[in-house]
Design a protein around this ligand. Structure first.
Ligand code: UGA
Length: 435
């Protein structure tokens, strides 16, 4: 099929590449000429495992094209996906100006029946507004609006898109639903057909539920610390119940990223607006914020004053396998350490370039490798769950450090190994004695 993706960011670019991979003819549009130039030159503006190879091979095969020309994009696609940012307003609600702008811009270019798909994460009822806008700017346009939320995770986006758990299609017409089913046929995934509002809600409700799971285990981790239990064993024990499941029960410094914090705030805002406040989610947010504060308190209890203390930080990205630092808890932690006068030496396998561009970079030392970050450090903090950190040469780490104190904010390291190597090891919710 001929498909157009408007917005070539994380979701748009990866979705476009995966659609091309299964044989569709895809045109990716972006209004940032620099981004399109980069893509046309064969470079990928983000790090996502497997994406660069997929883009290169599909561009070579002629199935993936890039343009800054929105009308050209609209004329190309039978199905036009909107995948533009939906940033938060200061009050937590969603700023829909980019979606509205795209709706206006595509209207005059609709020259035949088009399915206009909202892929961006939006509050319930946005689909209705997109349809109204197109009708206002192009009263004769032949189109349907569809909601098709995206469930990919950064760091495994290509895999998630190629082998999705489910495809949710919210449509109010059989013609649009049939077109969407054809788009997704090659993925052989279960399809859930819904109305538009339900599809929009599924996305916010799914992300909120995952965040709730994380905050749940983080709240349990605080009780584990206070009672001497081990949250890893507790998570194992409750996760073995198939109704609960072990995934997203990893205790740590809390969730971050461009999705959960924003989407939970947006779900709270839209539920308030609809007159049915979702107060449970406010508690989810509170627990998440508290997790970092509790960790810092424990670090202060150990080091007493943080001012002038060298602290090594491993991990700056918001999670493993990505260079994304948006709403990264690891960066929040570094900011707070710096504010207290600590001398931070930090390393991340992929996010260094992005961190270098921040004003924060002036106030910390960024090192070329994890061992160098530990030079003279009085504590090492693991802030992001990069698996390679668990495989580090800890004998060397210990040699470099002034005192062998490790604060594992992601429960990534093996406590027994760390203790046998002579480290003092502190983690999240692991109060149980280690034999
Ligand atoms: C999340 C959802 O998992 C995707 O399904 C969704 O499509 C996406 O948001 C989106 O809305 O676009 P993502 O933000 O890429 O994906 O990353 P996650 O793997 O969900 O991790 C989010 C945060 O939670 C990270 O900071 C991670 O460190 C933290 N986390 C995750 C935990 O602290 N514990 C866990 O058990 C799992």
């Amino acid at each position: 099929m001929k498909l157009t993706i408007i917005g070539s960011g994380y979701v748009g670019l990866t979705t476009g590449a995966c659609f091309a991979e299964v044989g569709h003819e895809v045109m990716c549009v972006d209004n940032d000429p620099k981004k399109i130039e980069t893509l046309l030159a064969g470079d990928i503006p983000i790090y996502e495992p497997g994406l660069a190879e997929m883009v290169t091979s599909n561009v070579a095969a002629g199935r993936l094209k890039f343009t800054t020309d929105t009308p050209e994009g609209v004329r190309h696609g039978d199905v036009v996906f909107i995948a533009v940012p939906t940033p938060p307003n200061p009050d937590g609600s969603v700023d829909l100006k980019f979606i509205e702008k795209v709706a206006r811009e595509i209207s005059p270019a609709i020259d035949s029946y088009k399915v206009i798909v909202d892929k961006s994460t939006v509050p319930v009822k946005t689909g209705e507004k997109v349809a109204e806008t197109i009708k206002r700017y192009a009263p004769d346009a032949d189109f349907d609006v569809v909601s098709n939320p995206e469930f990919l995770r950064e760091g495994s986006a290509v895999e998630d898109l190629m082998k999705p758990d489910r495809i949710v299609i919210g449509a109010n017409s059989d013609r649009a639903m049939a077109a969407m089913q054809k788009v997704y046929e090659p993925f052989h995934a279960p399809v859930l057909a819904t109305d538009i509002a339900s599809a929009e809600l599924i996305k916010h409700a799914a992300n909120s539920f995952l965040a709730l799971k994380i905050s749940y285990i983080n709240a349990v981790s605080a009780i584990c610390e206070a009672s001497g239990a081990d949250v890893e064993l507790v998570a194992e024990g409750i996760g073995m119940d198939k109704r609960i499941g072990r995934q997203f029960l990893n205790a740590g410094l809390g969730y971050g990223g461009s999705c959960f914090p924003k989407d939970i705030a947006a779900f709270i805002a839209i539920s308030d607006e609809l007159g049915v406040p979702f107060t449970l989610l406010k508690e989810v947010e509170r627990i998440n914020a508290d997790q970092l504060e509790r960790f810092l308190k424990r670090l202060r209890e150990k080091l007493w004053v943080l001012e002038e203390k060298k602290i090594a930080v491993w991990g700056l990205a918001f999670k493993q396998n990505t260079d994304d630092i948006r709403c990264s808890v690891a960066l929040d932690l570094v900011e707070k350490l710096v504010a207290e006068g600590a001398e931070v030496r930090a390393y991340d396998p992929k996010a260094m370039d992005r961190v270098r561009a921040l004003p924060l970079a002036e106030k910390i030392t960024l090192t070329d490798d994890p061992i160098a970050a530990c030079e003279g450090a009085e504590a090492l903090v693991v802030a992001t769950e990069w698996p390679q950190f668990a495989r580090a040469d800890f004998a060397k780490v210990k040699e470099k450090m002034l005192s062998p104190l490790v604060f594992d904010g992601r429960n990534l390291l093996d406590p027994k190994t760390m203790i046998s190597l002579g480290f003092e090891y502190q983690a999240i919710g692991r109060g149980a004695p280690i034999n």
